[in-house]
Design a protein around this ligand. Structure first.
Ligand code: B12
Ligand code: SF4
Ligand code: SF4
Length: 393
């Protein structure tokens, strides 16, 4: 189903091709500086809400006005490409020790696939208007993708900050073609439909969503599991549950996703619920092989294993102890060993404490040792000290 929203000529000529390529929404907006975003965005950055995503703060003027990228640009064609909604797998993740990957990462890396499709739409525009300037983006440049989608009438900003459409939900990627074609007509804004609903705000496990259509990205599981490189703050770890790459909760609870988006890109199922034991045994080569063409590669091996260690700690399942003990002994990355130590402390049975105590006698990294000591209660640290007094400083 293609929902063509605003179709001034020649957009109506390219929309059948866009449909064929898999896009479900298409609209056009005239390029005018997004002045009404300036105060919100600069305040958001100044408060540090972007965390380590330094690229968001680099030359924000380009985001407010894409004509700073090229002054000849006149309009933007905004497109939405659906992916398959996550299916609630009929399994108990704690029992089966399964992690969870966000639905958008189910198939091949969307940057490659959606960008390829959007470029074909751009080529069609250039066939209609030879010599037309077209700059295509899919999460690949300093542009406000949701803002332009809103300006093009594709949907509204939900309280979860997602671009939402009453018929298509929010399980779609956005793509843009900035062009010098002047389409003339301005898009009609899409009416917000959130009404009094606050489900996403209430059910976000970390309190990342504020009341004013914004979020503190530093608290978002998606940020913590994908973008954040160092140790995860101890007070956030239990809140991650079994999410090891991204998070879909504020979309899953949204009534506009209840029926799911059009069955599209990617196939959920097993791939979205990987066995944590398998993840913990991936070496560099294994990680590359498994995620070479998948969005998960962005987390890097050490980030993914860090997240999987946290999920094992959150499982409450004693079977996780063996996996974490091996990790604490053999894993080359200190970051991963540190989170394995925390996880053993969270599991807290005698075997887990024994493994921590044993590791304290041989762990060379001061940060990991600190995590081990925090994971052990005082009595155990003292008993470890009795066993290995020379290392327990
Ligand atoms: C940085 C980023 C993140 C960060 C920060 C998220 C965020 N909400 O900003 C993190 C890593 C957490 C993240 C997570 C996810 N992301 Co992301 N992300 C981006 C990126 C690169 C930039 C977004 C950005 O500029 N944020 C800045 C802040 C300030 O934006 P904001 O909080 O939404 O504030 C704006 C609006 O709220 C609006 N606003 C503020 N007040 C008001 C008031 C009114 C009345 C209105 C109308 C608007 C409004 O203006 C603000 C400033 O412009 C975009 C791609 C791009 N270049 O745009 C993808 C993008 C937004 N992400 C996307 C996806 C798929 C995700 C995830 C679903 C992935 C996952 N499953 O884990 C999650 C969703 C989490 C969530 N609830 O947002 C898609 C969203 C598609 C859609 N349907 O909306 C995008 C567009 C990528 C793409 N090309 O498809 N993401
Ligand atoms: S993606 Fe998850 S953690 Fe982030 S705002 Fe949504 S529910 Fe909260
Ligand atoms: S869950 Fe409710 S408040 Fe949140 S985006 Fe969906 S409709 Fe809006």
């Amino acid at each position: 189903m293609l929902l063509c929203l605003r179709m001034p000529d020649p957009i109506h000529k390219i929309s059948p091709l866009a449909h064929q390529l898999g896009f479900v929404l298409i609209g056009v907006a005239r390029l005018e500086p997004l002045e009404d975003r300036r105060a919100f965005y600069t305040g958001w950055l100044a408060a540090g809400n972007h965390g380590e995503m330094a690229y968001l703060g680099r030359d924000p003027e380009r985001r407010f006005d894409p004509r700073r990228l090229d002054p000849r640009l006149r309009a933007v064609v905004s497109l939405a490409y659906p992916y398959q909604a996550p299916s609630g797998a009929p399994l108990d993740w704690k029992l089966e020790l399964r992690g969870r990957i966000a639905a958008y990462a189910a198939g091949d890396d969307y940057h490659e696939r959606v960008l390829g499709a959007a470029r074909q739409v751009a080529e069609a525009m250039q066939r209609l208007r030879p010599g037309a300037l077209c700059r295509t983006y899919v999460d690949t440049g300093p542009v406000f993708e949701r803002e332009w989608a809103a300006a093009a009438g594709l949907g509204w900003f939900g309280r979860n900050t997602m671009m939402l459409n009453a018929r298509a939900g929010s399980y779609f990627f956005l793509a843009e073609i900035f062009t010098d074609i002047d389409f003339g007509a301005a898009a009609v804004p899409y009416r917000p439909h959130c009404g009094k609903c606050r489900r996403c705000i209430e059910q976000c496990p970390t309190g990342a969503l504020g009341d004013g259509n914004g979020m503190d990205a530093r608290l978002c599981i998606s940020y913590l599991t994908i973008e954040h490189r160092g140790p995860i703050a101890p007070e956030m770890r239990a809140k991650l549950g079994n999410w090891i790459f991204g998070c879909d909760i504020c979309q899953e609870v949204c009534p506009f996703n209840a029926t799911g988006a059009d069955a599209g890109y990617g196939a959920p199922g097993e791939r979205l619920w990987p066995r944590l034991a398998e993840i913990m045994t991936l070496d560099d080569e294994g990680f590359r092989r498994r995620f070479a063409h998948n969005a998960v590669k962005r987390a890097k091996r050490r980030g993914l294993l860090r997240n999987a260690a946290v999920a094992l700690g959150n499982s409450g399942n004693p079977e996780a102890v063996g996996i974490l003990t091996r990790t604490l002994r053999q894993e080359p990355e200190a970051l991963v060993r540190a989170h394995a130590a925390w996880a053993l402390g969270a599991l807290g049975d005698a075997q887990a404490r024994g493994a921590l105590c044993h590791a304290l006698g041989s762990e060379p990294d001061p940060e990991v040792r600190r995590e081990i000591i925090m994971a052990l209660d005082g009595a155990y640290v003292r008993s470890c000290a009795a066993e290995a007094p020379q290392r327990n400083s």
